[in-house]
Structures are given as C-alpha cells and as structure tokens.
Design a binder for this molecule. Structure first.
Ligand SMILES: [Zn+2]
Length: 139
C-alpha cells in the first residue's frame, strides 16, 4: 500500500467541498466508492454528532451504503470528512477512531474557503501516512 497515489475526479472533489461548505460550521462526512482506486460514486453521509469538532456516521446508514457498494461490486475508495476549523490533517480523535486501515481517509479543510485543500491519509495502528492526491481525470 506504500507510495500509492490517489486520483480524484474533479467532479467528486467539487462535491466534497460543496458538502463541506453546506454543513459548515459542522463537519461533514461521506464515502467515495469505486473500483481499482477510481471513484465511481459519492455517498453523502449524515454526521450524527452534528458537531464542528467531530463526526460519526450513523451505523445503520453506513451498513446500508456498505451493502449497496458491496452489491455493486465496488469497494470503499475513501472515507471523507471536513475540518471546518483546522487543517486537512487527521486529528488525534480521527487517528484514535480510525478503524479502516485498508481504506483511506480524506480530509477537506475549510480554513481556506476559496480553495479548500483535499488530502488523503492511511491510518493504521495510530500511524498516519499521507498519500499524494491528484484532482482531475486520470491520465
Ligand atoms: Zn477530523
């Protein structure tokens, strides 16, 4: 899994930023699903914490979405959430609650609302590894 690079179609990058801005000041969260690292669908999820400082997906909604992704032969490409008051880097809470080492976590920060940065990380056993992200159509 080392030295991977994630390409996000600009359509989905824009959608994540739009979601972050809509839920601001609270954090938003969602899932990118697809095949071979290519995103084919974005699921907006409800942040049941409805908080500016943390997010939690509804376990029932998560199970429903997970089954739909599985049934369609796709997999989870990434789990995204926004940081409305801090940079696009996993918080101590994010690291502690990360339970999906085989996936990746995307962070969108609204510190720069004009051009919100999008970054991706693997989080496993408390270790955070950043992954390069490119936005746009795959070359
Ligand atoms: Zn976070």
């Amino acid at each position: 899994m080392a030295c991977e690079m994630l390409n996000i179609d600009s359509k989905y990058a824009k959608e994540m930023v739009a979601h972050a801005l809509e839920d601001d000041p609270n954090e938003c969260c969602g899932i990118l699903a697809g095949k071979d690292g290519e995103t084919l669908k974005l699921y907006r999820m409800v942040n049941i914490e409805a908080s500016p400082y943390r997010y939690r997906m509804d376990p029932k909604e998560l199970l429903k979405v997970y089954n739909e992704i599985d049934d369609s032969g796709s997999e989870i490409v990434a789990i995204y959430h926004s940081h409305t008051h801090s940079e696009a880097y996993p918080s101590a809470t994010d690291v502690r609650l990360a339970t999906w080492p085989e996936s990746r976590y995307i962070l969108v920060s609204l510190l720069d609302r004009e051009n919100p940065p999008i970054r991706a990380f693997h989080i496993e056993d408390g270790t955070v590894t950043e992954e390069d992200v490119t936005i746009g159509s795959p070359a």
